[in-house]
Design a protein around this ligand. Structure first.
Ligand code: NAP
Length: 237
């Protein structure tokens, strides 16, 4: 599929589980060199990474952080404090993580509706350029639905971030991976993509995804978020 954006040549993936390995495969298919790390010894993930072909390599997380031009976070969200902050300073970091309380356990810091979970991650990753993407679609859909640009019925992935240039780069990656990018707004509005929002789980085209995002302020979740942020629902964006 490929992309014209030459700023990204090496894609890093932190988390070699269900979604991490699917995103690694999409990155390989798009023509990137891909570095993948789990929580420990790269030998533990060598077998699944080898199935991705010679463009993908299993490495330590510190190597991903040091060498990749963009790093996708595909580890359990409660583990975000394990991330190598210094090595990721200045790096474009793509947050695909969700707070899934049934699995992750109850965490007041991650359940606070005043703050999107991607803002919490950015607060920890001092100096990283954090954009949220690839979190709302299930890993099987990500694997099955990737299509070349312009293919009829192509599905969409929403992205949220504060920097226009970084959003443009991630939009290019989303397109290269096989999906139409839809800008959801600043990182604070990444909450529109989190569990509890209509767009979470969405496997739909760009028009349908935009409509879901537009409905968020009037939804029960949107009203809860607005109340928590003490702004009127019609001003929630
Ligand atoms: N599953 C989906 O369909 C889906 C879709 C979109 C987004 N997400 C989000 O993506 C994240 C991962 O979900 P998943 O379903 O892929 O989970 P998973 O299958 O349990 O995989 C998690 C992976 O993260 C690794 N990991 C744990 N701590 C790490 C660390 N400090 N550094 C690097 N890797 C680490 C684990 O390695 P070890 O086994 O060595 O601990 C494991 O390989 C979650 O936040 C989830 O909400 C999931």
């Amino acid at each position: 599929m490929g992309t014209d954006d030459e700023s990204i040549r090496v894609v890093g993936i932190l988390g070699a589980g269900r979604v991490g390995l699917v995103l690694a495969r999409l990155a390989v298919n798009a023509g990137y060199r891909v570095l993948v790390a789990g929580s420990g010894d790269p030998a533990r993930i060598a077998a699944p990474v080898a199935t991705l072909g010679p463009a993908a390599t299993a490495v330590q997380a510190s190597v991903v952080a040091r060498e990749a031009d963009a790093v996708v976070l595909a580890l359990p969200l409660p583990r975000y404090r394990d991330l190598p902050v210094e090595a990721l300073r200045g790096t474009l970091v793509i947050d695909a993580m969700n707070y899934w309380w049934e699995v992750d356990g109850l965490r007041d810091d991650l359940a606070d509706l005043r703050t999107s979970t991607s803002e919490t991650v950015r607060g920890f990753l001092a100096g990283s350029r954090v954009v949220k993407a690839f979190n709302h679609m299930g890993y099987r859909d990500l694997e099955d639905e990737a299509r070349p640009s312009g293919a009829p019925g192509r599905k969409a992935i929403a992205i949220a971030g504060d920097d226009a240039a970084d959003l443009a780069v991630v939009a290019g990656l989303v397109d290269a991976f096989g999906f139409d990018p839809v800008i959801a707004g600043p990182l604070a509005e990444g909450i529109k993509l989190e569990p509890g929002a209509e767009a979470f789980g969405a496997d739909v085209d760009a028009d349908q995804l935009r409509a879901m995002l537009d409905r968020f302020p009037a939804s029960q979740r949107g009203r809860m978020v607005a109340r928590a942020r003490r702004i009127r629902p019609d001003a929630a964006g």
